[in-house]
Design a protein. Structure first.
Length: 401
C-alpha cells in the first residue's frame, strides 16, 4: 500500500496536458491557450468618435460651422473638416480628416438645419476621440500561453479577428458505476438493491470540473458486460469506474482492465476512506487513457475524486499539476483518531476566530456510505495516521469542498 503523496506522484507523471486543438470562439470558455496570441491589427483600427456630436478643428475660430455630412458607425467620411465646416458624427464613427475633437450634440447650439454655433472655445484637441491603437498595436501580445479563457478573453480574441485558436481541449471523461445491486433513482428498490448515487455524482463532478462527461450506463458484475463498457470508456481521455475494485469475489474491475491493456500504476492507498483506489494508464492507437477505479462506497468515491481525479483533470486540461490545497484550521470540538491510515473526515466551518483562523467542527460521520453527512460538510479535515486525542484549539489541515 502506498501513501497519498506517492499515489499523487503516479497521477502527476501520467497527467500531461492533452494535445492542443484549434477551436472556434464559441467553444473556448474555460479552456487554456496552448500558444501566445498577438494581435494582427491595431485596436481600435481607426480614430473614432466616443460620442454623438460634431467633429471640429479646435483651432478654427469661425463663428459658425456648416455641416458637410453625417457619418454613422460603420460608414466612412467623404468630406474633410475645413475652416467654417463640421462633420456630424455618431458614436463609433471614424473621425474625418481635418477634425481633432468631437463635441456632444447637446453641448452645441443649432442655428439652422445644417448650421451650428462653433463650440470650439475651451475644447481640448483630442477631446471625445479614441485614437487608433489606443488599446493595443498590431504585433502586441494580448493573451499569454496557458491562460484559462474567460468571457473577456473570448471577446478580445473576437476583437482581434481570431476566429479560432489553439487550446488544450476539454478532457472527455467516461463514467462507469458498477454493481449488480445498483438501480437508478427512478426505479423501485428490490431486496438487496441500492440506488446508484455514484454515477450521477461523478457525471456532475466531471461537469463541475469543466470536463465533458460521458455516461456509460451501469455495469453488471459480469465479465462480458464490464469488458464491453470498459472498452467503450477506454476511447476517452479518462475512465472513472466506481465499485468492484476491492477484494470481493465480484470485484472484477482490475483484472479486466489488465486484460484490456491498462497498465496498473497503483492499487490501494493508505487513506480512509478510499483505500482500494486503483490507478492505471492505457496507451493505444496514439491515445492515452487514465483509468481510475474508485472504491464503490459513495464517500470513498467522492473523496478519491477530489484528491486524485480532480488534480489529474486539471493537469490534462493544461493547468500545472497541483494537489488540492490544504489550509490551516483549528478544531472547535474534541476529536479522537484511531487507525493506521490518515483520515479525511467531513467537517463544518464555524466562524473564523478573532485572529481570522478558520474554525472547524468534525461532523458525526458514519463512514464511507454516509453521503448525507458529507453534504453538510464544508471541508475535509486531514487527520494523520495514529491513535491520539485532539482537543478544541488543536491545529488541523483542511481541504475545502
Ligand atoms: N476484504 C476486504 N474487503 C474490503 C476492503 C478490503 O481492503 N478488503 N476494502 C473495503 C473498502 S475500504 C471499501 S471502500 C470497499 C470498496 O469496495 P469496491 O470498490 O469493490 O466497491 P463495491 O464492493 O462494489 O461497493 C462498496 C459499497 O458501495 C456501494 N456502491 C457501489 N457502487 C455504488 C454506486 N454507484 N452508488 C451507490 N453505492 C454504491 C455498494 O453497494 C457497497 O455497499 O470495499 C471494502 N471491502
Ligand atoms: O476506504 Mo473504504 O473507502 O473505508 O470505505
Amino acid at each position: 500500500m502506498i501513501s497519498v503523496d506517492e499515489a499523487l506522484d503516479h497521477v502527476r507523471r501520467a497527467a500531461a496536458p492533452l494535445p492542443a486543438e484549434r477551436t472556434p470562439l464559441a467553444h473556448l470558455l474555460h479552456l487554456r491557450l496552448a500558444e501566445p496570441v498577438a494581435s494582427r491589427v491595431d485596436s481600435p483600427p481607426f480614430d473614432k468618435s466616443m460620442v454623438d456630436g460634431y467633429a471640429i478643428d479646435v483651432s478654427d475660430s469661425s463663428p459658425t460651422l456648416r455641416e458637410l455630412e453625417l457619418v454613422t458607425a460603420g460608414s466612412v467620411p467623404n468630406e474633410t473638416v475645413i475652416p467654417g465646416a463640421t462633420v456630424r458624427v455618431m458614436t463609433g464613427a471614424p473621425i474625418p480628416a481635418g477634425a481633432d475633437a468631437v463635441v456632444k450634440w447637446e453641448d452645441c447650439q443649432l442655428l439652422s438645419d445644417l448650421e451650428i454655433r462653433n463650440p470650439a472655445a475651451g475644447v481640448k484637441s483630442g477631446s471625445c476621440i479614441i485614437r487608433r491603437g489606443t488599446s493595443f498595436r498590431a504585433g502586441q501580445l494580448v493573451l499569454a500561453a496557458g491562460k484559462r479563457l474567460g468571457p473577456l478573453d473570448v471577446a478580445l480574441l473576437a476583437e482581434i479577428g481570431q476566429a479560432e485558436v489553439a487550446v488544450i481541449p476539454r478532457p472527455r471523461v467516461a463514467v462507469l458505476p458498477t454493481g449488480d445491486e445498483l438501480v437508478a433513482a427512478h426505479e423501485p428498490l428490490g431486496p438487496g438493491q441500492i440506488r446508484n448515487s455514484n454515477g450521477p455524482m461523478l457525471l456532475a463532478a466531471v461537469a463541475a470540473a469543466d470536463c465533458t462527461p460521458i455516461d456509460l450506463g451501469v455495469g453488471c458484475d459480469d465479465p462480458d458486460d464490464l469488458r464491453t463498457r470498459i472498452n467503450q470508456g477506454l476511447a476517452h481521455d479518462v475512465l472513472l469506474v466506481s465499485g468492484g475494485v476491492s477484494a470481493g469475489v465480484k470485484d472484477l474491475v482490475p483484472g479486466i482492465l489488465q486484460e484490456l491493456g491498462v497498465e496498473q500504476q497503483f492499487h490501494q492507498v493508505r487513506i480512509k476512506p478510499g483505500k482500494p483506489l486503483y490507478f492505471g494508464v492505457r496507451h493505444a492507437a496514439g491515445r492515452r487513457t487514465l483509468v481510475f477505479g474508485l472504491p464503490g462506497n459513495p464517500v470513498s468515491t467522492f473523496v478519491s475524486f477530489q484528491l486524485f481525479v480532480l488534480p489529474a483533470l486539471r493537469a490534462l486540461a493544461g493547468a500545472p499539476f497541483k494537489p488540492i490545497a490544504a489550509h490551516d484550521a483549528q478544531l472547535t470540538m474534541p476529536f479522537e483518531h484511531r487507525g493506521k491510515r490518515p483520515t479525511y473526515h467531513p467537517c463544518r466551518q464555524t466562524a473564523p476566530d478573532a485572529a481570522g483562523v478558520l474554525q472547524v467542527e468534525p461532523l458525526d460521520w458514519r463512514g464511507s456510505s454516509d453521503l448525507a453527512t458529507l453534504t453538510r460538510a464544508t471541508h475535509l479535515a486531514a487527520f494523520p495516521a495514529g491513535d491520539y486525542q485532539l482537543v478544541p484549539g488543536d491545529d488541523v489541515q483542511v481541504i475545502p469542498l
